[in-house]
Design a protein around this ligand. Structure first.
Ligand code: AMP
Ligand code: GLY
Length: 415
């Protein structure tokens, strides 16, 4: 069995690692992969948006399954392209991935189906948006409509901050086309939880809940990032909240997408806010989260290949999908300037690691040496019986991974 994973970050490395545990012993490829993935799979220098090359590679090499992990190729229709070419692919079609690709779409969709979310307005016109901001309550959340590497959300404390963010999105195009339409949204407070589910479009298997750490610095200070660490399960996501989420959020989402001709097959990620007025959706992602995957996926006990196939075949209800009742935990090791100003190419040294798994996110080999090649460089993960033990293990080992200007949060799992 040949499996190709599309992407090349920490999430993709964790996915490859999980496939490696399969009893089918698949031959693994990663397009394009990274230096760590290259130790677990054959990396092929093809980018995630090079659809023609990906289709050709899958055909020429008789690949049995292509797993599309990142948001851009999903929103761009890579799964549709693969399916049209007769290649088995995991992930939503473009029609379904729009729940992540357009925040305006996802907000209107939630409204149509009565799914709880923050109150909002959508603007295509700068003058109208500007007028709205002058009468709005603060704090207010402004979101670029399209994909913006997880950075298209600005929490505005005042009208002045709102106008500044609006100008940068709509006039200065800092997020490119993604910011030509904006969503202005009510600011919600509460605990934030990530819920990832496997779905075949009708049936759903929730994974254990998790918590991301989006801000760059300790105590949730500094700019938003792609995520600086994660753990599972969330202590706030009680059985009662899980039942409420299943009934009021997950079920109407899956049914609504199917009813609108956008049947969603793959991993659907619900970014949730546990507010005083119940659980609300902050956002959907049409894929595994990064770094949530690095914390959650190692707990999967059922063969990952079977789970993926059951999603594609519409037989998820017939598979007993189990997760270990343990704590999954990971801390991201980032470049000093991340997320603002990333310097690449620093050599990395790695000592003898014990009790942890080193997942590579942004690494490359240059002149035969391992070097940094991105903002998030590594993700150090572990599975343990308790959070205390998990934290202790990862923070005991983490300084064995070193490069110039490296940085990580010290408070993952404290909250
Ligand atoms: P998103 O990409 O939509 O998940 O937004 C990134 C982060 O911004 C979220 O993880 C939240 O921490 C925050 N956020 C987004 N929407 C809201 C909201 N309506 N109220 C408060 N915080 C929000
Ligand atoms: N960790 C958040 C995301 O993957 O979007």
């Amino acid at each position: 069995m040949k499996i190709a994973v599309i992407g090349g970050g920490g999430r993709e490395h964790a996915i490859i690692r999980q496939f490696k545990k399969s009893r089918y012993q698949p031959e693994l490829f990663c397009l394009p992969g990274n230096a760590g993935i290259a130790e677990d799979a054959t990396c092929v220098p093809v980018g995630a948006m090079e659809f023609d090359k990906i289709v050709a590679f899958a055909k020429d090499n008789a690949v049995d399954l292509v797993f599309v992990a990142p948001d851009d190729p999903l929103a761009g229709g890579l799964v549709d392209r693969l399916q049209d070419a007769g290649i088995r692919a995991f992930g939503p079609t473009a029609a379904a991935a729009i729940v992540e690709g357009s925040k305006a779409f996802s907000k209107d969709f939630m409204k149509r189906h009565g799914i709880p979310t923050a109150a909002y307005e959508v603007f295509d016109d700068f003058a109208r948006a500007e007028a709205y901001l002058k009468t709005a309550d603060y704090p207010l959340v402004l979101k670029a409509d399209g994909l913006a590497l997880g950075k298209g959300v600005v929490i505005c404390a005042s009208e002045q901050e709102g106008l500044q963010a609006l100008r940068s999105m709509m006039l200065d195009n800092v997020f490119g086309k993604a910011g030509s339409r904006v969503v202005a949204e009510e600011f919600l407070t509460g605990h934030e939880v990530s819920l990832l589910v496997f779905t075949d479009g009708e049936h759903v298997v929730p994974m254990p809940s998790s918590q991301d750490h989006k801000r760059a610095y300790d105590n949730d200070q500094g700019p938003n990032t792609g995520g600086m660490g994660a753990f599972t399960p969330s202590r706030y996501y009680t059985d009662a909240i899980a039942a409420e989420t299943a009934e009021k959020i997950v079920k109407p989402t899956i049914e609504g997408l199917k009813a609108e001709g956008r049947k969603f097959v793959g991993v659907l990620y619900f970014g949730l806010m546990l507010t005083e007025k119940g659980v609300k959706v902050l956002e959907y992602n049409a894929r595994f989260g990064d770094p949530e995957t690095q914390a959650v996926l190692p707990l999967l006990e059922t063969d990952f290949v079977d789970v993926v196939n059951a999603c594609i075949d519409g037989t998820l209800d017939r598979l007993d999908v189990r997760f270990a009742d343990k704590v999954g935990f990971c801390v991201v090791i980032a470049s000093g300037g991340y997320p603002v100003n990333v310097v690449k190419g620093y050599p990395v040294t790695i000592g003898d690691l014990e009790g942890v798994t080193l997942i590579h996110a942004g690494t490359a080999i240059k002149d035969g040496k391992l070097v940094t090649n991105g903002g998030r460089v590594f993700c150090l993960t572990t599975v343990a019986d308790t959070m205390e033990e998990a934290r202790k293990t990862v923070y005991r080992e983490i300084d064995k991974v070193s490069f110039t200007d490296s940085r990580y949060r010290r408070d993952i799992g404290v909250k």
